[in-house]
Design a protein around this ligand. Sequence first.
Ligand SMILES: Cc1cc2nc3c(=O)[nH]c(=O)nc-3n(C[C@H](O)[C@H](O)[C@H](O)COP(=O)(O)OP(=O)(O)OC[C@H]3O[C@@H](n4cnc5c(N)ncnc54)[C@H](O)[C@@H]3O)c2cc1C
Length: 453
Amino acid sequence: MIVVGAGLAGLGAALELAKRGIQVTVFEASGHPGGRTRTLRHPFSDGLYAEAGAMTVTENCHYTMHYLKEMGLETAPSDLVDTDFSYHRNGTRIRPDRIAAHAGELGLHPAERELSIQDMIAQYVTTPNEGIGPELVELTWTPTPRLLELDRISVREILEQRGASAAAISLIEPLFLEMRGGELEAASAMAWARYESGPRALSTAGAEWHKIKGGTDLLARALAGQLTDRIHYGKPVVRVAQDEHEAQVSFLDHNRIRTASADRVLITAPFSALRRVNLSMAGLSAEKHAAIRRLRYCSAVRVFLQVREKFWPEDKLMLSTDTPICTVRDATPSAPGPRKIVECWLTGWAAQAAAQLSPDERINFALNQLEPLLPGARDHFEIGTSIAWDTEPYIEGAYILPETGHAEIMAHTRKPEGRIHFAGEHTAFEPNGGSMNYALESAVRTMVELSAA
Ligand SMILES: Cc1cc2nc3c(=O)[nH]c(=O)nc-3n(C[C@H](O)[C@H](O)[C@H](O)COP(=O)(O)OP(=O)(O)OC[C@H]3O[C@@H](n4cnc5c(N)ncnc54)[C@H](O)[C@@H]3O)c2cc1C
């Protein structure tokens, strides 16, 4: 069996295959395991590190919790819990409990002016979602006609239909809708309502948010450690083909193209990256080709700025801003030393723009935007780094953006085609990816598929 990609889906699948005594070879394009779980330990001082990709896990992430336990890894409370969360709007810092005092300048409708953020979430999200019916939260669900109707409208449209002003949407978005990657106009209301109503949503997981103690990358490293020489790094797959006897995978090996064959191939590369792989002889259905072409990914840029000391009063700084650097947070609130890492987390069009800057320009851009929000940022800055997931080789996107019409391609993302199987967060049963749990779930689902085959 050949596995393409050593992210969590590829590693999870390869480990399960190896446990069953099946010969498995993993081709990974980059030089390391983990894909979108990446902990940046360089260029920071004092042992500081930052999460470029996944950083949170909840008790409802059963597959992630299972593998953490199996690998002997511990969790700690997430840094995203109990933050000193504030908004920064039109140049003013506004605490969530002071929204009413700023209602006019924020542009809230008269009927919204006395509402707290929790009231807005109840009025525009939770209560009407409950009214959609039990089909929204069915464990084994298939989109019903009512859900398909929702799949035709965007998250912004449904919130507007429910009476939310643009200002109210902008206030609840960072708390509730973060997985839409700042693209409410494109995101499917069906996928969103399902996500926000389910126990797996980070937003409904309450205080049960955890992080992996020591860094998220430890999980991938531990899984890869069990597979050792079965993983071949720096071997980008460039072509996948199949015939009635076998499947073939061609890959780059330094300056040569080599081909390996196996009984079956499992592709875990995100579709954004798979679009660059030649599949003309893979015998895939028109529906699969359409899904590979159509599936969109959210954009995210994360800029990390090491500062020589904390120069803000909050213990756990977390700012939702209306500036192009979107969310600003202390990425190392529990770090013991004086040094800290300030993170600017950009999504949507701001991330798409920043992805086009060079790494140095990106840091400069973030510092320029940060200075008015956190005066002294430039003076305290020591060193920085960033990641633009849109331009990250062999990834090319942060996590799936279930767009309107997502139901049409959902089932086709995961359907096996002959000897070729598909795993990865984008192939999850849920219409939302963006989770290590879904990546690992897809690995286990592939085992069931292979046993049936
Ligand atoms: C900014 C950000 C924040 C996130 N936050 C969270 C969070 O808090 N909690 C959470 O649970 N999840 C989070 N996620 C999502 C989570 O990281 C992903 O859903 C999950 O890691 C995806 O795993 P995967 O194996 O499906 O894909 P990937 O991790 O993308 O792995 C695919 C692998 O395939 C390789 N590959 C691609 N093309 C080829 C090729 N041609 N040949 C060989 N190899 C190839 C890639 O290099 C990569 O290693 C976040 C993601 C991002 C980007």
